[in-house]
Design a protein around this ligand. Sequence first.
Ligand code: MF3
Ligand code: CO
Ligand code: CO
Length: 270
Amino acid sequence: MNKHRGRLTREGIRIHEDSDFAGMHKAGELAARILDEIADHVFVGQSTGALDKMIEDKVNAAGAKSATIGYKGYRHASCISVNHVVCHGIPGDKLLKDGDILNVDVTVIVDGWFGDTSRMYVAGKLSRKAERLIQITHDSLMKGIEAVKPGKTFGDIGHAIQSFVEAHRMSVVRDFCGHGLGRVFHSPPNVLHYGRPGTGPVLEEGMFFTIEPMVNLGRPETKVLADDWTAVTRDKSLSAQFEHSIGVTANGAEIFTLSPAGRFYPTWTA
Ligand code: MF3
Ligand code: CO
Ligand code: CO
């Protein structure tokens, strides 16, 4: 039998069944718990490779699978994106310095369901401008989630995020987007973090997707480095990102990747 149940919209977006929410909840919770548990291990002098190793060990200890190891040739259990790295930073030997801000992005597979979440951390002392960037990025994700309701559109989500970010004179990255997920890592639709109200596919109960805005202090343009993964801001300005996996319910959204410890934001004061 086909592992996929439910139906597809004409845009190819899967409408899941009520019973599928439990699987997503379990996967999302593991990914979020792993992000909770590494928070105390982010400090000046720590390497991003060591953080990734901890993450991989925790995925294995939970009897789950990493979705990123082996994905399009990627070899790590997380992406760790420091300072002007927008996303897809590759963990390695580089040591965190005082004031570095970093996004850690983890995707796990539990019983075939994908849980995908990322959040920001700081090593040492957080600068005022980085704190502002992180706050606005986090709040923009929450504005996007607040816009989720059957009958609204993906453009409504993008508009909520973009208008909030730009009102604070920061910019939304256009080159990367959120995505449908479920029993697959990336599926339709592309969830844009900018847009016009009332445009794009209509939201329906049972859609599962991520919202994962990347926000820059400077201009929105990015470029990918020679390693074919690391995306950076072209103007070298600081960038931040938060990501939740969510499901559309009858009245709004269920967040699958809520932090069990309440440490999604701000992780450094919890
Ligand atoms: N977790 C990322 C996302 O939010 C995807 C990472 S793919 C990788 O979609 F190969 F770079 F790990
Ligand atoms: Co994602
Ligand atoms: Co992710």
